[in-house]
Write a protein that binds this ligand. Structure first.
Ligand SMILES: NC(=O)c1ccc[n+]([C@@H]2O[C@H](COP(=O)([O-])OP(=O)(O)OC[C@H]3O[C@@H](n4cnc5c(N)ncnc54)[C@H](O)[C@@H]3O)[C@@H](O)[C@H]2O)c1
Length: 333
């Protein structure tokens, strides 16, 4: 395969980051694009020189096969997925899909099952896993006594996309945004044992601070138990304005504090020293995309750090937290 031929599904905000990656890769050609918004699909087609332009993913799948496309990259809003991944599996076309992969967890489970059965190459947009900083945390943890407290935060404002205003269309901040840190927790500490979560509204005024239809949580807190005596508290907030978002993980071990400042830097602190590491792989989405392209080219998916089946487990965690917010009950896995 000389160039990996990609079909881009969804040409909105997030697709721009993938576009930047693909334009830097000599071995990738985006040959087809799909988006119901004409202006977006035409702009994307122009940027890539793509000649096959479709109004939505169904039109794309009706006209493409695995002989014409080597992979698809799916960047659509959380409620638009429906059969976007299922059709890729049926056609045998590898896909990279953005989180959250689906707001219908049952549908996501069915897709994961089909992906598993067919052995299709898949990847999900958890780019933190590809950072050198995450590698360093993973290397450091086994050097210390097991156990400890982890504080994770993603606190900022409300993203500009229309579908973020309602919990029914974005899944809530934990599902749509802080899912990145929930995934880091699983990547670092293994599978969760239980989650309890609570949330609050009333700080963000619909029609004043957000659109009239705003009904998502202003902030939430999830307490997640992991094996080996690790307890994580994950806070999410979208009520703050005019401040730099406060995002990252602070891991307090018996003799060290590891402070991961989301996609930015990492600080190791002990009683005697403080060691600050800058990110190396600044362009995190590039490394996510590169691993996927490499897997499609070679058939060896070992460089992919989050495939669909693995990502499903992170989705199950954040959906369970949502369930706990509603019921007030601890959810055990
Ligand atoms: N990994 C990350 O860091 C990251 C960052 C931002 C967004 N995201 C995720 O990426 C996804 C897209 O977010 P966004 O910010 O680009 O949203 P967006 O609203 O800017 O873009 C979504 C695009 O999908 C298009 N679309 C809708 N239905 C479609 C269909 N049937 N066929 C083809 N296209 C369709 C829309 O017209 C729109 O242009 C979301 O799941 C979001 O959570 C991930």
């Amino acid at each position: 395969m000389e160039k990996v031929r990609i079909g881009l599904i969804g040409c909105g905000g997030r697709s721009n980051s993938h576009r930047d990656s693909f334009l830097k890769m000599d071995d990738v050609q985006v040959v087809a694009v799909a988006d119901p918004i004409e202006e977006r699909r035409l702009a994307a087609a122009k940027q890539f020189g793509a000649e096959r332009i479709y109004r939505d993913y169904n039109e794309l799948y009706d006209n493409e096969t695995k002989e014409t496309l080597d992979a698809v990259v799916i960047c659509i809003e959380p409620t638009a997925h429906a059969s976007s991944e299922t059709r890729a599996v049926e056609l045998g076309i590898p896909f990279l899909v953005e989180k959250p992969v689906n707001l219908d967890l049952e549908q996501a489970r069915q897709i994961a099952k089909k992906v598993e059965e067919t052995g299709l190459i898949t990847s999900v947009g958890f780019q933190d896993r590809y950072l050198n900083l995450m590698d360093m945390i993973k290397e450091e943890l086994p050097k210390h006594k097991k156990g400890g407290l982890v504080y994770g935060a993603w606190v900022g404002g409300i993203p500009g996309v229309w579908w973020w205003q309602k919990k029914s269309t974005c899944g809530g901040q934990l599902v749509e945004q802080n899912i990145h840190l929930a995934d880091c927790l699983r990547y670092l500490f293994g599978e969760p044992l239980s989650v309890y979560a609570t949330c609050s509204t009333g700080m963000v005024k619909p029609g004043v601070d957000a659109s009239e239809e705003y009904d998502t949580d202003d902030h939430s807190t999830a307490v997640i138990r992991f094996p080996n005596n690790v307890t994580a508290t994950l806070v999410s907030g979208c009520y703050s304005k005019d401040i730099r978002p406060n995002c990252g993980l602070v891991i307090t071990l018996d003799d060290m504090i590891i402070d991961y400042r989301l996609r930015n830097n990492l600080i190791f602190k002990t009683g005697n020293y403080t060691y600050d590491v800058d990110r190396e792989r600044i362009d995190h989405t590039f490394y996510l995309d590169k691993a996927f392209v490499q897997a499609v080219k070679t058939g060896d998916a070992s460089g992919i750090r989050s495939n669909y089946q693995d990502a499903l487990k992170t989705h199950e965690l954040v959906f369970a937290a949502n369930q706990s917010m509603e019921s007030g009950q601890v959810i055990y896995f």
